[in-house]
Each structure stands twice: as C-alpha cells, then as structure tokens.
Design a protein around this ligand. Structure first.
Ligand code: PLP
Length: 480
C-alpha cells in the first residue's frame, strides 16, 4: 500500500479536536487578513498518528540503526539526559524571569562550566553559541577583540589546515579574517615546516582539530602551538572531535587558547535534525574579558562589557542542551568520560582493522575515534563510487558514513563508529561492507541504482540543492 502524504490523507471535515463553543460573540475582522483560506490538511487524530508514526519509521536515526557518520559523532544519547532536560523546573522557566527565581538554572550553567573547564584546561566558558560553527565564529570574534585591545590589528590572517572541517575557513571569513591554507604531509598531519614558514606578524590564529579529520592525532601538537605563539598568534581548537580525547588529553595542555565544544555531538544531545545545538567556547585567562556576554559568573548574570563582542544569541544559550550535557558529565564522572573516549578509539581501531583487510585506508596508521577509507581503487577498476557504496548501505540498514570528506582524500568514506556500539554491530557492519564490495565486483549496476528500499531512490542532488522544493505543492495551488 502506498503511504500517502498528510495532505493526501483525511478529507473535508475530518478533525481531531473539538473546541468548546465560544461563550462570547465572535468578532468579524473588517479587513481580511488572508486572500484565501489556508490550504491545511483536514485529518482525524488517527490519521495524524499514522502520519507521524510513518515518518518516524522512515527516518534513519541512531536510535534504530548503526550511524557511523565520521566527524559528526552520531553516538547514542542516554535517555536519562532527556528526562533531566524535561524536568518541570527546567522546561517551564522563562528567560526573562528575575535572577532570584532562576538561581537553580544559573547553577546548572555554572556547574557545567566548572566541569568543562576541567575537561579542557580552560579558564572560562561562554554558553551562548548555538552550534559548532557558531562557536568558531564567536571564538574568532573573541580573538579579534583581544587583538584589537593589544593594538595588533595587522593580524588579519587565520591559518587553517587543508584537512579542516569546512566550517573553519567559513567562520574565519565571517569573522573578518583572511584564510591561508596549511598543507598536510603525506602522513595526513600538519606540515610543521610549512606552518613555520607561514606564521608571522599577520597571523591572528591557527584553527586546528586534534585528532584531525583523518582521525589522526597531531603528534607535533606542542611544537605546532609553540610556533604560532612565538609568531604572536592565538591557537583555536575545533573541539568537535573531543569524543576521542576526553579525560585523556586536554586542549589547554596542548597549548590551545580557545576551544569550542559540540555539546550536541559529544555530550548527549541528539542532533542531525537541525537543532537545537550548543557550541560553548572556552578560553584561557587572557581572553576571558573578550568572551561574548552576558555570562554567568558565580551564579550571577554579568552585565555586558564594552570590549566584548556582545551577544551572539538571545539569552544564555540553548539551555536544554546544557542540562543534558551536565547530566551526562555527572552520570559518567571523570573515569566514565575517559572510558567512553577509550572505547570510542577502540571501536574505531577494531573496525578500521577489519575493513582494511579489503579496503584501502586513506592513511596507513592506527586511528583515534574515526578513520577514512579511499574507494579510489573501486572507482577506477569497477566504476563504483563511494557514493554508490553509501547508497547501498541504506538498503542494508546502516546509515552511510560521511562521504567525500576530508577533501584531501579521493572517494572518501569517513567512519566513526562511536563508543556506544557493541562488537556484534561492528562485525555486522564489516560484513555489510564486504557484501557491498562483492556486489560491486559482480553486479555493480545494482549498487549504482541503490537505494531501492526508500520512498525515493537516487535524487538529482544538484537540482535539489539549486532548486529545492521545500513545501507541498498542490496541483490547484495558484502560486506554483
Ligand atoms: C560538526 C563539526 C563542526 C561544526 O559543528 P556544527 O554544530 O555542525 O556547526 C565543526 N568542526 C568539526 C570537526 C565538526 O565535526
């Protein structure tokens, strides 16, 4: 049976609620607010329930399948964090409530700040940014304000490795800097000599994620941060990959001055559906006066200061995400966080080892929390691309890994199994990869035509990006 859209369900007069008769006279507006009646579906409660249940079954989410999306850490989020975030005292609070009435909420932010300071070896955090990229922008604005205060306005360049997440150069440009790309070595690490030659009196900052997007730990990290500091620049840590290092190594100890964290990746908030997220930024002491305000300090809301970048978001950040993160940190504790990172690395290394039996690794080295395959050989010999493999996985019940990233790897598949998966799932995933490889050798066309089990198969991705159709279009709709 074909599953109808909600607009195709129901019919004239179907409804799911019955409102009481108004006990006042209805008022007719003199000026009509709309040219015509809104074209809303008319559906009963049952029809609505079927619609949403159907949608939920079609979603490929971490709650029902393996989701090894490299760089984006799609790990399982413990439900207790949801329970905590849904407590009445948290969800019913109003952002304009007087401080005295919300001291518990301020304490939540304060307590999480203390924990994150300890985890990252930073001196102060701002919770305003709503996502990783937003944290990058806010962190760079913090650096910018600091440099201005030092009379260092000639520092206009942000150095970014060629393996960086695409948001890094984008954020640097948005914050008014010019980007220069630092090359990687054949081993996939920052080319330290190239960096040494690039760092100078125009350098505002270097942005780096460690482990990098190839899943490799930058072993020269102390030398890297020293080079930038000696040139007078700041070092920015893209902390989206903290899942690999919690409780093991701290950004502050590696020499970083600013860090953003993705609470919605590492700290128990589901993500991928567009929000809400949280990308708090932590800084070392010298940068603290330049963090976006208002901040919560010692349980009090501090007023805005002249030299800081001001607000980057309404109020104090996405509070529900902060509650989930605090729940997660307190539930696991110091040892638990460390253990979850160790397990994330162990799981990734196990799957890396299994897959390297038949696939080519982008870099021959033991990985941290993720690793990258290159399907260049399959693409050349069998004319089956990384995209074809990814689509084939959808039919076999696993979410595809990240594709075609990092940009320095041809036909890349970037795999991050996360610590929450048991070995049986990793073995099953390896078996599916091998099955797809065999299919590519024997019946490549099947892979090129995947997915077959979804409501729509291959879409024209260019068309979808250039001319997106974002709402239902009725045939009788005069506006389309
Ligand atoms: C996800 C990610 C970001 C951006 O985070 P958003 O919350 O999606 O804006 C930045 N850097 C890296 C390495 C990431 O994986």
């Amino acid at each position: 049976m074909k599953t109808p859209l909600i607009f195709e369900r129901g019919g004239q007069g179907h409804h799911g609620v019955s409102l009481p008769r108004p006990d006042v006279e209805p008022v007719r507006l003199k000026v009509p607010l709309r040219q015509r009646r809104p074209q809303l579906p008319q559906v009963s409660e049952l029809e609505v329930v079927r619609h949403y249940t159907e949608c939920s079954l079609r979603v490929k989410g971490v709650d029902h399948l393996f989701y090894p999306l490299g760089s984006c850490t799609m790990k399982y989020n413990p439900k207790v964090a949801e329970d905590a975030a849904a407590l009445e005292g948290f969800i019913d609070v109003h952002p304009l409530a007087p401080q005295e009435a919300v001291s518990g909420c301020l304490e939540v932010i304060d307590t999480l700040e203390q924990a994150l300071k300890e985890i990252c070896a930073m001196d102060a955090f701002s919770f305003q940014p709503a996502a990783g990229a937003h944290g990058e922008f806010s962190g760079l604005m913090t650096i910018r304000r600091y440099l201005e205060s030092q009379g260092q306005t000639q520092r206009t360049v942000v150095l970014v490795p060629d393996s960086a997440h695409g948001t890094n150069p984008a954020s640097a440009v948005m914050a008014g800097f010019t980007v220069r790309q630092v090359p990687s070595t054949a081993q996939g690490l920052v080319d330290v000599e190239a960096l040494r030659a690039m760092a100078d009196e125009t350098t505002a900052a270097l942005m780096l994620t460690n482990p990098n997007t190839l899943g490799l730990f930058e072993q020269d990290i102390l030398e890297i941060t020293r080079i930038v500091h000696q040139a007078g620049g700041q070092v920015y840590y893209d902390g989206a990959n903290l899942n690999a290092v919690m409780g093991i190594v701290r950004p502050g100890d590696m020499g970083f001055d600013v860090v953003h964290l993705n609470l919605h990746k590492t700290f128990a908030t589901p993500h991928g559906g567009g929000g809400p997220g949280s990308g708090p930024i932590g800084v070392r002491r010298h940068l603290a006066p330049f963090l976006p305000s208002p901040r919560i300090v010692d349980g009090r809301i501090m007023p805005e200061r002249e030299q800081d970048p001001g607000r980057v978001k309404m109020f104090y950040g996405n509070f529900g995400v902060i509650v989930r993160a605090l729940t997660y940190v307190m539930m696991l504790g110091k040892e638990g966080l460390r253990r979850s990172s160790l397990m994330a690395v162990l799981n990734a290394r196990y799957l890396q080892k299994r897959l390297s039996e038949r696939f080519a690794l982008a870099v021959q080295a033991p990985c941290m929390h993720e690793f990258v395959l290159t399907l260049q050989p399959q693409h050349q010999q069998l004319h089956v691309s990384a995209l074809d493999f990814a689509k084939g996985m959808i039919d076999r019940g696993i979410h595809p890994p990240t594709m075609y990233f990092p940009l320095i790897v041809e036909e890349a598949l970037m795999i991050e199994p996360t610590e929450t998966e048991p070995k049986a799932v990793l073995d099953e995933a390896a078996a599916i990869f091998f099955e797809l490889l065999q299919l590519a050798q024997t019946h490549p066309q099947i892979l090129r035509d995947s997915p077959q089990t979804t409501p729509v198969g291959r879409i024209d991705e260019v068309q979808a990006a250039r001319h997106p159709i974002l709402r239902y279009q009725r045939e009788d709709d005069p506006c389309c």
